[in-house]
Design a protein around this ligand. Structure first.
Ligand SMILES: O=C(CO)[C@H](O)[C@H](O)COP(=O)(O)O
Length: 145
């Protein structure tokens, strides 16, 4: 897959995120502090990465900031984006299964090296549920936009 990655700083697991995504065989487009020269503020870099998902440029995006909250809020401003702030593998797995999340948001403050690996393993292994009650929720999100 092609994954857009954004981080508003190089704190914590930001640089390791790029290596871990590439190690899994994905190609990447980088934003914010991961791509020197671009605007690194979380609202700008996270929304830029998220826009790539709905435009078809990228299959998914991963957005980071210190708390993870700003990155997820900015990404969710883009119609068609379902960004999920995930702090562990179980949350990432649930976000893919029940929310059909297409953008993963991470907290640079909370996410350890090991947790990053576990979250990415769960995220990339995850598949959206095809159960009627789950697809109905996703359809309703589109109706709300
Ligand atoms: O967590 C964040 C937003 O939710 C930011 O990373 C935090 O506000 C720090 O930003 P800055 O380095 O621009 O002060």
């Amino acid at each position: 897959m092609h994954i857009s990655l954004a981080s508003d700083s190089l704190d914590g697991v930001a640089s390791r995120l790029v290596a871990e995504v590439e190690r899994r065989g994905h190609s990447v487009t980088l934003y914010g502090a991961l791509a020197p020269g671009g605007r690194a503020d979380w609202a700008w870099c996270s929304s830029a990465a998220a826009k790539n998902v709905t435009s078809g440029h990228s299959d998914q995006a991963i957005v980071c900031c210190w708390t993870g909250t700003g990155a997820s809020i900015a990404a969710n401003k883009i119609a068609g984006v379902r960004a999920a702030l995930c702090v562990d593998a179980a949350t990432a797995e649930g976000a893919r299964r029940w929310n059909d999340a297409n953008v993963l948001a991470l907290s640079l403050r909370l996410t350890s090296d090991q947790t990053l690996v576990e979250i990415l393993d769960a995220w990339f292994a995850g598949k959206p549920s095809t159960a009627d009650e789950d697809t109905a929720n996703i359809t309703h999100l589109s109706d709300l936009e």
